[in-house]
Design a protein around this ligand. Structure first.
Ligand SMILES: Nc1ncnc2c1ncn2[C@@H]1O[C@H](COP(=O)(O)OP(=O)(O)OP(=O)(O)O)[C@@H](O)[C@H]1O
Ligand SMILES: [Mg+2]
Length: 609
């Protein structure tokens, strides 16, 4: 992993390590200069009672020069390490989010949103955490080697003390990080879980509130947050045990140097200058050696984070686009054809069997025609819609647009040819205009208004305080359900698709308006070419507008024909359409009742509670 980091940012790493090595060498040099100053200036001065100005100036200049070089070293190291760490984090955040968008829907269904957020955020951050102290640690290793060499050049007995202390420090650091590894990994996993629960309860705030589950949700969150706290405290406890040991060891080293050094001094093997230098060296070495410990201590958390990031980066199953471009110069409606399509969703867990959702589905939406897809709940209508716009690929059989398998099409061709208005509308936290154009080229205000008119949304948009520039709030919270639906419809229309797939896209809209919208789409009044339309519908008025009705039950096409034919010949179809119509009428009636007697219905709610 560290190798990968260095390969990604080699130059910055070189700058940081150079700075760090310079710093390390200057630490050693400073010890010897301090030793020399003591031996050559301070001791003679104490003996004689006076100092020569020249010696003092020389000592000051030497100390100052070394300090300047140390500052330069620290500057280079810090700057380089910071650049490297934050650049890597930014790069990998981009890669992870890019990967999310490339991965298929099935993958997203298997992975919780909160976890994905934590992958892109705290896992990426954790993965590159040890990068900050890494150059420092590399410089420190060089410094330790330099220190041992200079010790041997000074005196073999003192060198032996160094050889005992430095490896012991290193070993202590290794034991420390071994112990730390599982704790840090656990804390990192819990961070993701806490983020997942938090995300889910904010997302489901409406359900939580209306069902009175605040206390339970808080308890669920508190339990995980408590686990995270415990995990972090156990990290802290370990730190509390090892940190003082890491502090103490070099001090013990200094003590040993003074004892051994005093003996060697008496034997005449070393000078005062040398003894002071070595003792000072042990004191100043203690701090940089900790850098190695920092890297080792952060590595487990980093590896845990990296494993989770890599799971995303290495995830497979994205659907590559093909090479065939449908000629965009032809604004004619497209032909959609399903040929013996079989499809099943991937099971939620690998060991479970996947159930087949669609079988032997064959039908055509001829150019410029409207085909209605009708069927009971769970019949597979949304699945057919997803296949038509290639959100998923069939297990067998083909889906073609103008005779070309959708798997062969380029991303741009697919996006400009078909548009899906999904069953659940999604609106970005942005202006009305941005929600409709989505930054696609060639969509000016004129086109936006034309699309809004077709979607019968021009009225309410014009009445908004800032018109097209009105912000709609997160997920369009400032809009009504029907307004949101019409906005997403206008978004699809603005791109002038040649095939429009409407998945129950007007359910929250008044039946009369729904029929008007569909009629407008079939025969645009602004001179534009009509699109082919595949519409999932329930209402009689909507279905009656279709050229052909396809009736699906349990993933199979059971019957097809005109609405009138099916009503007469297919009992299931007649039941479904009639039942829906009755439900709709009852809804209409209660609505009127509510409007007429708001006080009574309000009281009823109170009594019910
Ligand atoms: N992401 C998914 N993973 C697994 N199974 C799914 C998934 N989405 C849908 N299904 C299953 O596929 C079947 C068809 O679902 P689909 O959403 O296509 O039905 P539908 O006809 O659109 O229903 P509705 O009228 O309620 O919208 C259902 O049995 C459903 O449980
Ligand atoms: Mg559906």
């Amino acid at each position: 992993m560290l190798g990968r980091a260095i390969r990604e940012q080699p130059r910055i790493f070189a700058v940081a390590v150079t700075g760090s090595v310079l710093f390390g060498l200057m630490v050693i040099a400073s010890a010897y200069v301090v030793g020399a100053v003591v031996g050559k200036v301070v001791v003679p001065a104490v003996a004689r009672g006076s100092v020569t100005d020249g010696a003092l100036a020389l000592a000051a200049a030497a100390l100052f020069g070394i300090s300047v070089l140390r500052v330069v070293g620290i500057f280079g190291r810090r700057l380089g390490a910071g650049y490297m760490q934050y650049r890597l984090q930014a790069t990998y955040r981009r890669r992870v989010t890019r990967r999310y968008l490339d991965l298929p829907l099935a993958w997203h269904h298997r992975n919780a949103t909160g976890t994905l957020l934590s992958n892109a955020n705290s896992d990426v951050e954790a993965a590159w955490y040890p990068i900050a102290p890494l150059p420092f640690a590399v410089g420190t290793l060089v410094m330790l080697v330099g220190a041992v060499v200079s010790l041997f050049l000074t005196d073999w007995a003192l060198a032996l003390v160094g050889l005992a202390v430095f490896p012991a420090l290193f070993a202590l650091n290794v034991v420390y990080s071994r112990r730390m590894a599982p704790r840090q990994a656990r804390a990192q996993r819990l961070r993701a879980e806490v983020s997942g629960i938090a995300h889910e309860s904010f997302d489901g705030a409406l359900v939580v509130k209306t069902m009175g589950r605040e206390a339970q949700e808080t308890a669920r969150f508190a339990a995980r947050a408590g686990d995270l706290r415990d995990a972090l405290i156990s990290v802290g406890k370990l730190r509390g045990v090892f940190d003082p040991m890491l502090e103490t060891l070099p001090s013990l080293g200094t003590l040993a140097v003074l004892v051994v050094g005093a003996i060697r001094l008496r034997q005449g093997a070393i000078t005062v200058t040398e003894l002071v230098s070595v003792a000072f060296l042990f004191t100043v070495l203690a701090f940089p050696v900790r850098a190695i410990g920092w890297v080792l201590a952060e590595l487990p958390r980093s590896v845990a984070g990296w494993d989770r990031v890599r799971r995303v980066l290495d995830a497979t199953g994205e659907m590559p686009y093909g090479e065939v471009a449908l000629d965009p110069a032809t604004p004619a409606p497209a032909t959609l054809a399903f040929d013996d399509v079989h499809f099943g969703y991937e099971p939620a867990e690998a060991h479970l069997p996947g159930a087949q959702v669609l079988g032997e589905v064959t039908f055509t939406v001829p150019a410029g025609k409207t085909v209605a897809l009708v069927g009971p709940t769970g019949a597979g209508k949304s699945t057919i819609a997803s296949l038509a716009v290639r959100l998923v690929d069939p297990d067998s059989g083909t889906v073609t647009l103008d005779g070309v398998d959708v798997r062969e099409l380029t991303a741009a061709s697919l996006a400009s040819t078909v548009a899906l208005v999904a069953q659940v509308p999604f609106v970005f936290d942005d202006t009305v205009r941005a929600n409709i154009t989505l930054d696609r080229p060639g969509i000016g205000d004129e086109e936006v208004w034309a699309a809004l008119r077709l979607a019968e949304a021009d009225g309410f948009v014009a009445a908004l305080p800032e018109g097209l520039d009105t912000m709609v709030g997160e997920r369009g919270t400032s809009l009504s359900g029907g307004q949101r639906q019409r906005l997403t419809l206008a978004r699809a229309l603005a791109g002038r698709p040649r095939l429009l797939v409407l998945d129950d896209a007007t359910s929250a809209v008044d039946p009369r308006v729904e029929a008007a919208i569909l009629a407008g789409l079939r025969a645009p009044t602004d001179g534009g070419a009509p699109a082919s339309i595949l519409v999932v519908a329930y209402r009689r008025a909507t279905i009656a507008l279709a050229d052909e009705v396809i009736y699906v039950e349990q993933g199979r096409v059971v019957a097809r024909g005109t609405h009138t034919d099916l009503l007469a010949t297919v009992p299931g179809y007649a039941d479904l359409v009639t039942a829906y119509e009755q439900a709709e009428q009852e809804r209409e009636q209660t609505r009127t009742y509510d409007e007429v007697t708001p006080l009574t219905s309000g009281l009823e709610v109170e009594v019910d509670r």
